[in-house]
Design a protein around this ligand. Structure first.
Ligand code: UDP
Length: 237
C-alpha cells in the first residue's frame, strides 16, 4: 500500500544522524540524504526539514563543562544552523533548490519567514530547512518540528531515528521487543512509548498530523516507508 496522501513532509532530522566516525559530518550520509531528497522531489513530494544539533553540541551537556544551562542551549540552537547550512549546500550541489529558515536572523545566511511564504516555497519545489530551534532555551527541536509541521500544513511528520520504528521496549536492550506498525497518539501516551516530547506530541494530535517513525541511518528508508508503511511505525490520530 503506497501512502499517496502524504505529499508535504516535515522531516525531523537529529544532528546525531549527520555525524560520521571521523567527525561532525559524514560525507556518505549527506550524499545519501541528498539523493533521497532528489528522488522524493522527483516523486512530487514537498519536503521541509527541522534539523537538530546534537552532532555538534547538546545543551544537556552543560554540566560537563560547568557552564550555564541557558547559555548552553543557545550554543545548541546555533549548532542547528551550522547543520542546516551544510544540508542546504549539499542539496544545492545536486541541483535542488533549498532555503534556510531560522528562528533568529543570521544576516546573509538565514532569515525568518512568514508561514505563507514557506508554503509558497514548498509549492515551488524548494526544500525548506528550519534551523535555530524554537529560538528559546529549554525547549527541543521536536517541539519546533511539531510547530513547523502545523505552520506548513504538513501531511506527515517524519521522525528519523536510529531504530526502524516504535517498539514496546528498547529493541537495543531486549531481543524480544515488538515493533508497532500502527499506533494511535493515545496508545503511545498511555504506554509511555516516548515517540517525541509530550508537548510536541500533544500539538500534533490536536492538529491531526500523523507521525512516522523511521530508521534514519539509511535515508532511503524514507522513500521505502512511503511505499510500504510497515517499514516503520505510523502514529495516527
Ligand atoms: N535547543 C534549544 N531550544 C530549542 C531547540 C534546541 O535550546 O527550541 C538546544 C538544546 O540545547 C539542544 C540543542 O539545541 O540540546 C540541539 O537540539 P537537539 O538536542 O534537539 O538536537 P538533536 O538531538 O535533534 O540533534
Amino acid at each position: 500500500m503506497a501512502l499517496q496522501p502524504f505529499k508535504r513532509l516535515l522531516v525531523k532530522l537529529s544532528g546525531e544522524l549527520l555525524s560520521g566516525e571521523n567527525g561532525v559530518f559524514s560525507a556518505s550520509y549527506l550524499n545519501e540524504l541528498s539523493e533521497a531528497v532528489l528522488r522524493l522531489r522527483n516523486e512530487g513530494k514537498q519536503i521541509a526539514f527541522v534539523v537538530g544539533g546534537g552532532n555538534i553540541w547538546r545543551g544537556r551537556d552543560a554540566d560537563l563543562l560547568g557552564i550555564n544551562g541557558t547559555d548552553a542551549d543557545y550554543i545548541g540552537m546555533l549548532s542547528t544552523a551550522v547543520n542546516g547550512l551544510m544540508l542546504k549546500s549539499c542539496f544545492e550541489s545536486r541541483g535542488l533548490k533549498a532555503e534556510l529558515v531560522s528562528s533568529f536572523l543570521i544576516e546573509g545566511t538565514a532569515y525568518r519567514r512568514h508561514p505563507s511564504e514557506i508554503r509558497n516555497l514548498l509549492e515551488n519545489q524548494v526544500t525548506v530547512i528550519f534551523v535555530g530551534g524554537t529560538g528559546m532555551p529549554h525547549l527541543t527541536t521536536d517541539t519546533l518540528a511539531a510547530i513547523r509541521a502545523v505552520e506548513i500544513s504538513a501531511d506527515l511528520l517524519v521522525k528519523l531515528t536510529k531504530v526502524d520504528g516504535v517498539y514496546d521496549k528498547d529493541p537495543i536492550k531486549y531481543v524480544d521487543a515488538c515493533k508497532y506498525d500502527v499506533l494511535t497518539f493515545d496508545e503511545a501516551v498511555q504506554k509511555s512509548l516516548g515517540v517525541m516530547d509530550l508537548a510536541a506530541f500533544a500539538l500534533l494530535r490536536d492538529k491531526n498530523i500523523p507521525v512516522a517513525v523511521i530508521k534514519g541511518t539509511d535515508p532511503m528508508e524514507l522513500i521505502a516507508f512511503l511505499h510500504d508503511p510497515s517499514k516503520g511505525t505510523l502514529v495516527v490520530p
